[in-house]
Design a protein around this ligand. Sequence first.
Ligand code: TMP
Length: 218
Amino acid sequence: MKKGVFITIEGGEGAGKSTLIEQLTNIMLQRGKSITTTREPGGIPIAEQIRAVILDRENTAMDARTEALLYAAARRQHLVEKVVPALEKGEFVICDRFVDSSLAYQGYARGLGMDEVWAINQFAIKEVMPDLTIYMDVSPEVGLGRIAQASEREINRLDLEKQSFHEKVREGYMKLLQQNPERIVLVNAENSADLVFADVLSAIDERFAGFFATDVKL
Ligand code: TMP
């Protein structure tokens, strides 16, 4: 079966994921590649509805396990409806966040345990994992400062967490990097957007000069 390339972009709040994804989309289109860009939680109507529940600032009563399960549920539906069909068509799929977000935010920062959160996510994703994950590293001071200055960005329930939570998220990502040195590449997201883009593009070009083939089964 023909298979595309699955790339996920990770990072704390205000890392600059949206700008990077826009730049990547433009370059891939210029190169004539078929590209799908999407996001988690969301990307399709059912998952966007789940997103609205998770991120609603009114939902202060949300239990940490409920939150983890909702992310996993949104992830499953998004994979089945959008990501896997695009990969099967041989597309380049760029997804803003994926399972590493659940491991860093719910597993590590919320303290549910990375193994426990991995277990529910394995049920959700089966064997579908990214070919490459870009981790955009930014300190919470810089990231949250950027959000405070960007008036068009809506502040969600997780943005309202204390700085110590965002520091733990960053620590969680560092653990994931240590555990997955082949799959996850760190870029310094405190650099200018153009420099970050250049770093990411060379990481992608190094790995995917041509698309490769593997089976994807759900
Ligand atoms: P975004 O602001 O990058 O769109 O992400 C929405 C929020 O959801 C962000 O604070 C990170 C959080 N999140 C998790 O906590 N776990 C997850 O599995 C995902 C996908 C996102």
